[in-house]
Design a protein around this ligand. Sequence first.
Ligand code: KG4
Ligand code: ZN
Length: 339
Amino acid sequence: MSDFPIILGIESSCDDTGAAIIQDSKILSNIVADQKVHQSYGGVVPELASRAHQQNIVPVVNEALKQAKVELDQLSAIAFTRGPGLLGSLLVGNSFAKSLSMTLDIPLIEVNHMQAHILAHFIDDANESAPEFPFLCLTVSGGHTQIVKVKDYFEMEVLGETLDDAAGEAFDKSGKILGLDYPSGPIIDKLAKDGNPNRFEFPEPKVEGLNFSFSGLKTSILYFIQKEVKSNPNFIEENLNDLCASIQKKIIDILLNKLIQAAEDNQIEHLAIAGGVSANSELRKRLKAIEIEKGWKVYIPKFEYTTDNAAMIAMVGQLKFMNDQFTDIDSKSTSKYTI
Ligand code: KG4
Ligand code: ZN
């Protein structure tokens, strides 16, 4: 093994327990234990999430070390998600990382989860080439929707964000109205492939500047479905693929209209996407089309680095390790953490 530092990354901000090992920007292992326990509740139950993290964290870290063929005494530092996220879930990763760093007597590095989604692009095999600064990143997840101007690794400016629901929530809540399981984003993505995106038209929210709003869309979908189901109780089943395709199209229209506006306003032609919703196949396809049509450069990360994962935490850990940006043992988890 080379002399490059070996960093263990730990992610526990929501409902996925992750551990990953990085060396020289290459991911040696990336383990995620997702929590099926929330499916029947239609959303993440915070108390159940923190309990499941407690059960998962030791086996997940052990598996990450095993797959990477790394022994504990070879680790150079431990990076963990400080926030934003669910406080109880964050605390599990935070306490585990602190105890391990004290036991091994190696540095501790705190990581901002939203920065990590963006900086995942710098993992060696995340995409064909790393983005050039400055670039704009559309970060779309279950908890956040942001357009971020990335001037350097740790110099970021939020140009716009959601005023209410996140893009992932718009997928998940629409899916709930249609009777789909949680998380509905990937299910809608799949069903939409066989649907007509122009069959049903939903209103575009009127929000000034580069901010987003998705709660009006959710309400209009709810009222529309309630009205149709009254006259035809089988309306959802008979039109499921078209409903998914039309809802997906509207969410993507809202996201891309603002991203294009941000690129034009800021004269930045390098665009990236990040976060769970960036796994969406139609969003990826439409971005590729924009790249060709406008002659811009678009960075789309590998699937395993889109939804919550520890590889992105380990990547930030490595960047901070190189800059001697270490964390005190009294670092506190925080549910809100701006970038
Ligand atoms: O980044 P992430 O794993 O967790 C958060 O930090 O929130 O994002 C999860 C979100 C969920 O809302 C999920 O429905 C959505 O990402 N998602 C998708 C797809 N895969 C995951 N949404 C649309 N299409 C997908 N293929
Ligand atoms: Zn996330």
